[in-house]
Design a protein around this ligand. Sequence first.
Ligand code: NAI
Length: 287
Amino acid sequence: MSNYKEHRIAVIGAGVMGTNIAATAIGHGLPVVLVDVDEHVVEEARTTTLNHVRHAQLMGALPADRPLGTLTTSVSVEDAADTTAVVEAIVESPEVKAKLLTELSALVAAGTPLISNTSGIPIDELADWVTRPADLLGTHFMNPTYLIKMVEVIRGPRTGDAALESVADLLTAMGRQPVVVRDAPGFVTSRLLHPMLNDAARIVGAGTATVEDVDALMSGCLGHPTGPLRTADLIGLDNLADSLRVLHERTGDERCRPCDLLLDKVRAGHLGRKSGRGFYDYGKALS
Ligand code: NAI
C-alpha cells in the first residue's frame, strides 16, 4: 500500500508540465522541490502551481484529508539531491535533456529513480547519458495533470524492476494510475495524438476549414474533448513542433514533419495558451 509520506520529489523544469506535476504532488501531500534555470520562470512558478492546486480543489480532484505538501522553488539543480525521485520536465530536446540527466545522475543517490517526462524521446536513447540506466524510466503525465489520472509509464530496455516499482508507488501516492508501455518514439499517446494535431493544422493551412470548424467537427462528430487545435494550444505549439521533429527523425513518417502553419506560429511567438495566442487568441497568457 502506497504511503505518500515516504515520497519527496524534485521536479526540474517549471513550465507547463513542471507546475502541473508539482501541483498534483503537493495536492496529495508530497513535499516538492521545483527547479528551473530561468529566474523569471521560478518567480512565477509558485503562483502558477498554487493556481493549479486551487483549480484541482474546485474540481474535487484532490484528497480532502491530506495537508498540502511543502513547495520549495529553486534555480539550482543541486537542490534535487536529497529526494526520493527526480522528474525532469524540461524542453523536448534530446541534447538538453541528455545534459541535465548526466548532471542529475551524478547528483542523486544510486537507486533514486530518474524520471523523464518526455513526450516521445525513446528512454533508451536518454539512458546512454546516465551512469545507472536501471534507475531511468519515462512518465508521460498528461495536461492538466491534476485532472487526468492516467499516466503512461515507459519502461526502457535497461530500466530495472526496482525503479519501475518505486515509480508505480509514487504515482499511486499522487493519485495517478500508471499504465506501463514499452519504449518507442512517441510511445503510445504522442505517436497517435501528435500526427493528428499536425494534420489538423495542415488542414487549416490548406484552407479546407477554419480553426473553429476543424475543432467543432472533431468535437461534435467524433467526441474529441476540445478539438485538436485547442489541444495543440494547451500543449504549447513549440513543444508540439519539437515532439513532432523527434517523431519524424526517428520514424521517417512524413505525417510527423511539423507543417508550415505550425512552424509559422512558433516563429511568430504564438505558442498557444502559455503565450496568450496560438490557433486561438486568449487575450493574455494562461497557465
Ligand atoms: P515548457 O516549455 O512549458 O517548460 C520547460 C521549462 O524547462 C522552461 O521553463 C525552461 O526554462 C526549463 N528548462 C530548460 N532547460 C532546463 C534545465 N537544464 N534545467 C532546468 N530547467 C530547464 O515545456 P512543457 O510543455 O512543460 O514540457 C516539458 C516536457 O514535458 C517536455 O519534454 C514535453 O515534451 C513534455 N510534455 C509536455 C506536455 C504538454 O502538454 N505541454 C504533455 C506531456 C509531456
